[in-house]
Design a protein around this ligand. Structure first.
Ligand SMILES: Cc1cc2nc3c(=O)[nH]c(=O)nc-3n(C[C@H](O)[C@H](O)[C@H](O)COP(=O)(O)OP(=O)(O)OC[C@H]3O[C@@H](n4cnc5c(N)ncnc54)[C@H](O)[C@@H]3O)c2cc1C
Length: 416
């Protein structure tokens, strides 16, 4: 079913009886060309681009829960292309360009809103670092503007300029960054893949791999064995647990990241702001709630829920930046498990097992990567070669010193 303005009008006039389920609910076949494990944003985008770009449609996306129940539906919806290093910059710029045309491409309203992201700076050294990053962004075609304190005050007069613990000295403005309605991204890709013949199999957990003579023959699941020529893992926060079943130990730790939403307010914040002196970032949703988040839990965990100490830390940062936040009530909070790699950058690669592929290590920033990740993973699966913008996302990069360490934190995942 194609969506259009005319269809909406027709359905409005005829009692909304003509809408059909957005994707089928098939039982798994015995065998597929490609089985993708994980029906998050990345898995669904991979299926979509495999079908659309490469004509491979005999695909199953096997999801243990439901579409949109993982991090793709838990994140704070920010998309951006503000990277410094060569290994990352062109990849995220490609992703942002795909976001810019995504709704027309998959004919689904994902509320792509390029409302601008402002990274605040609070010291001269931080301004120098922002200038350097901004120059890299301009070279990558992402665009960047360095604002002084006056420029920031003109945009957001309610920030704490006058009695601030961390005075605001300016900010790096990325006008093309913004937000996208996160679960609509999963639904849009799911619908686009389903229309092309991809089987999306929900409530089906992958419990193991069938590997013989160094070749992966398929996956064991809660609905039985599913054979496949290629198996593509794409399970984000569950990466270590799933790949362990294939005998692999990954350079990834899992940590919980929390998000928070306040009661609805009149429009006060038309862009995204990030605090430069603590862990706090904020935007306002279309329903009016302030959506904010902050730091990871420092300890490793697979628990998909948050806790109070991190909440206090995040709110402390928020109050230092926007004192008026203290008057607003928080309505909801939740946690998601993020797959933190040792250098803060991702993997899109073959494994040492023939026919088994891996996509993960997206840390707390994989939502913005969804289109390019799907595009590049599909390219790798279809052609056997890494895509030009993803050549550095290799599993063996730590062995030969090819880290992509944007923050210079070394092998301390909780700090990336
Ligand atoms: C609170 C929070 C805020 C965030 N904010 C942002 C942000 O603002 N911007 C940004 O770019 N990124 C953000 N992220 C990160 C981003 O959400 C993730 O990096 C990204 O969504 C991960 O990819 P995914 O969508 O494919 O993951 P998921 O949606 O988690 O998909 C993985 C899927 O695999 C399934 N799965 C796991 N194990 C199995 C199994 N054994 N068998 C079958 N299926 C399985 C899971 O159920 C899940 O549905 C945030 C994350 C969190 C938690």
């Amino acid at each position: 079913m194609r969506y259009s303005g005319l269809k909406v009008i027709k359905e409005a006039l005829t009692g909304h009886k003509g809408w059909r389920p957005t994707w089928r609910n098939p039982e798994p076949k015995a065998r597929y060309d490609v089985v993708i494990i994980g029906g998050g944003g990345h898995g669904l985008a991979t299926a979509y681009y495999l079908a659309k770009n490469h004509g491979i449609t005999n695909i199953a996306v096997v999801e243990k829960g439901w579409i949109g129940g993982g991090n793709v539906g838990r994140n704070t919806t920010i998309v951006r292309s503000n990277y410094l290093l060569d290994g990352n910059g062109p990849f995220y710029e490609m992703s942002l360009k795909l976001w810019e045309g995504l709704e027309q491409d998959f004919n689904y309203n994902a509320m792509v809103s390029q409302r601008g992201i402002l990274n605040l700076v609070h010291s001269d050294a931080q301004r120098d670092a922002a200038r350097r990053r901004g120059n890299a962004m301009i070279l990558n075609g992402s665009g960047a503007e360095l604002l002084d304190a006056k420029g920031v005050r003109a945009m957001y007069p309610f920030l704490n300029f006058d009695s601030a613990r961390f005075p605001i000295k300016g900010g790096l403005l990325h006008r093309r960054g913004g937000t996208v309605r996160h679960d609509a991204v999963a639904w849009g890709y799911a619908r686009g893949a389903d229309l092309r013949g991809v089987d999306i199999i929900q409530n089906c957990e992958v419990t193991g791999f069938r590997i013989e003579n160094g070749k992966c023959l398929g996956v064991e699941t809660s609905k039985g064995f599913i054979g496949a020529s290629k198996v593509a893992s794409c399970v984000a926060g569950s990466s270590s647990r799933v790949m362990e079943k294939a005998g692999m130990r990954l350079p990834i730790e899992s940590h919980v990241l929390q998000a928070f939403v306040t009661e609805g307010l009149k429009p006060v914040l038309d862009g995204v702001i990030t605090f430069g002196a603590g862990h706090f970032y904020c935007s306002q949703s279309d329903k009016g709630g302030l959506v904010f988040g902050g730091d990871l839990d420092g300890y490793n965990s697979y628990a998909q829920r948050g806790n109070l100490p991190v909440f206090e830390d995040v709110v402390e940062g928020g109050m230092a930046l926007i004192p008026a936040l203290g008057r607003v009530r928080v309505l909801r909070s939740w946690g998601g498990i993020v797959d933190m790699s040792m250098d803060g950058s991702p993997f899109i690669d073959k494994t040492h097992i023939d026919g088994l592929y891996f996509n993960g290590g997206w840390c707390y920033g994989g939502f913005k990567a969804t289109p390019a990740s799907g595009w590049c993973y599909a390219h790798l699966l279809a052609t056997g070669q890494p895509h030009d913008v993803a050549t550095d996302f290799r599993l063996d990069r730590f062995r030969h010193g090819g880290m992509i360490d944007e923050k210079g934190q070394g092998a301390q995942p909780n700090l990336h």
